[in-house]
Design a protein. Structure first.
Length: 84
């Protein structure tokens, strides 16, 4: 993962993926970037994650890279740690 801190716009994408991972109990590997019904990931956040090597966008969805999955795991662990 990039050593540069991610903006809140990029973190919002990881946070949404973390939510879905926690609810489903499964690791999220793909994220919705635009569902055509009002949910749209911030374009600056998407670009930032792509530049950091965390996300590979492909139209309306994006695939988390290995580094993105590692970052997602850290976000989930931070959420769990905050609740202890």
């Amino acid at each position: 993962m990039s050593q540069t801190a991610l903006s809140d716009k990029a973190l919002s994408i990881l946070t949404f993926a973390a939510y879905h991972s926690l609810v489903s109990g499964e690791t999220v590997t793909r994220v919705v970037l635009d569902d055509g019904k009002g949910h749209k990931a911030d374009s600056q956040g998407v670009s930032e994650m792509e530049e950091a090597g965390l996300l590979s966008p492909d139209g309306e969805r994006g695939t988390l890279t290995d580094e993105g999955l590692e970052a997602l795991g850290k976000v989930i662990e931070a959420i769990r740690s905050a609740a202890r």
